[in-house]
Each structure stands twice: as C-alpha cells, then as structure tokens.
Design a protein around this ligand. Structure first.
Ligand SMILES: C[S@@+](CC[C@H](N)C(=O)[O-])C[C@H]1O[C@@H](n2cnc3c(N)ncnc32)[C@H](O)[C@@H]1O
Length: 281
C-alpha cells in the first residue's frame, strides 16, 4: 500500500507527542509555549543525555520521574538576578511609588518569581521608600525547586557581588550589605524582608487570578509564551488588578498585539510599566 508522508519533520512530530506525554502524565501544559524555545531546550537535553531521538526522551520522561523533573526545569528557565535591569527599579521609584502610596493596603503579585531575587529586590525598594509595612507580596512560580530556593533566601557571595553593583545602579538609598547576613560563601537575606512575602505554587497556564491586586510584576516570562497564551495571561493580570493598578512586564515584552493594549495607560514605555484604566460609564 502507498502511504502519504507528512510535511512535518520527525522532530516536530515527536516534539508534539512529547509535550502531550508531559501534559497527560505530569499535568504541565507547554503546548502554547514558543515552539522555538521548547525545541531548543528539548534538543539540548537530548544532546546532554546521550539519547538518540525525542521519542527515546519521551520514554525516559514517562518512566523516570527524576528525568522528567529535570526536563521540566530545562523548560522553565530560571535565569534571574537582583535588581535585574536597574533602570526598571529607577522607574518604579520615580513613577510608581507615588501611585502606590494612594492605597492604605497594597497587594503585589510577582508572577514567575523564579528563585526570588526579583521579589527581594522589590522588598528592599519598598522598605527604602517606607512602604513595606503596608504591603503583602504574593510571589508565585510553577517550579517548586525554584520556589524553595526563593523561600530560603540564601545566595552565593559570588552572585551577591553582581547584585550589589545592580543595587547601586538602581539608585538605591542604603547599603546593600544591610539586607543580608554573610556566612562563609553565602549570604542569607534579612528576616525582615521575608515577613510580608507569601511564596506559593501557581501555574499561569492553568490557575486562577488573584483578586484585588494593586500591582502585578511579571517580567521575562511572557517571552516564552506564544501570542494566544500571552493574551490569556494578560487577561489574568487585567482581572487581578484593581482600577489604577500597576502592571510591570519585562522590557522585551508588552501589551502590543494583545486584547489589553487599550485597557491600560502607559507609565513608562521603555520599562513596560502600565496602569489599568478606570472604566468610564
Ligand atoms: C526567566 S525567569 C524570570 C524570573 C524573574 N521574573 C526575572 O525577571 O528575573 C522565568 C520564570 O517563569 C516561570 N514560569 C514559566 N512558565 C510558568 C508558568 N506557566 N507559570 C508560572 N511560572 C512560570 C519559570 O519557572 C521561571 O522561574
């Protein structure tokens, strides 16, 4: 019998099946992540594991929980740093703090917080601006091991050197060393920074919004999603924010091409900071 051969490459077919296997077995849905990103990470894992095809990798994922967990980490990309993109923190100081001060109680959602550096940076900034006592931060990620590192708040002193430089560039107001305790080759973040932070598992693909939030920070996460998923996640943020609430995205992200461009005013075009518009009745 003659058979027709599909135009798709074997890699693409196998990749699709791998994503279905991950979803069905472990509940994580990567089908709407940027395909280029997913393919790059999977092929990378294929090379390092010495397996010969994505189908073999799929078998390993189904039968070896440790291997699956490693692949999920590969796909989640946890790159982060404290005061990453210092101009963003300057913009928050100059343009957002005054707006936040209008609320007596401020709820902030850091979505995709990775190992917590972004959250500790915001806690430091809010402390220096005299707002931290009025704030409750919900810091979420779908990667449990990143969250557990975040909760511990222990970073190597090598990293701390880089973070101190970022801190200075972010027009900060104190000494970075005031915010951690140095021990051997590690720095432990100060307990007072942790007091108003709740760390929680949350998957942006499948979980619900947070009600009555004054600020949502989700930086360098949407770049890994396709347009449709970006739009769904932006809906989640829109619904989570109160009117006048602030949305902070990464500087390579934005509201362009989404259904929400008209629903926000731009606070800082470069740093992708937006304010949810009030409804005019
Ligand atoms: C590159 S890091 C960004 C960390 C931090 N926001 C920053 O800008 O430095 C991307 C984070 O998004 C998280 N992430 C990816 N997909 C997610 C999802 N569906 N739900 C929640 N977090 C997700 C990853 O686990 C990772 O920690």
């Amino acid at each position: 019998m003659d058979i027709n051969i599909a135009n798709e490459s074997n890699d693409d077919i196998e990749l699709e099946l791998l994503l279905q296997a991950i979803h069905r077995k472990y509940g994580y849905d990567f089908s709407e992540y940027s395909r280029a990103h997913v393919k790059r990470r999977v092929l990378n894992r294929l090379t390092t594991s010495g397996l010969t095809s994505i189908s073999h990798l799929q078998e390993q994922v189904l039968y070896d929980k440790e291997f699956a967990s490693q692949l999920l980490k590969d796909l989640s990309i946890n790159v982060t740093e404290m005061f990453r993109d210092p101009p963003f923190y300057i913009a928050v100081r100059e343009k957002v703090i005054e707006l936040l001060k209008t609320w007596s109680y401020i709820k902030i959602w850091h979505a995709g917080c990775s190992t917590g550096e972004e959250v500790y940076s915001m806690a430091i900034l809010l402390k220096e601006e005299g707002l931290y006592d009025r704030v409750q931060i919900y810091a979420t990620d779908f990667n449990q091991s990143a969250l557990s590192k975040a909760r511990d708040g222990i970073f190597s002193t090598d990293l701390i050197k880089k973070y101190s430089q970022n801190y200075i560039k972010a027009a900060s107001k104190g000494a970075f060393s005031d915010y951690y305790l140095a021990q051997y080759d590690h720095a432990i973040m100060d307990q007072s920074l942790k007091s108003n932070i709740v760390w929680a598992h949350h998957n942006l693909v499948t979980d619900n919004n947070f009600a009555e939030t004054q600020m949502v920070v989700c930086r360098n996460v949407l770049i890994y999603f396709n347009r449709r998923l970006q739009n769904n996640v932006l809906r989640l943020f829109y619904e989570s924010l109160t009117f006048g609430g602030i949305l902070c995205l990464g500087n390579k992200e934005g509201l362009h091409f989404s259904d929400y461009e008209q629903s926000f005013d731009v606070i800082d075009k470069q740093q992708k900071i937006y304010k949810k518009k009030y409804l005019i009745s």
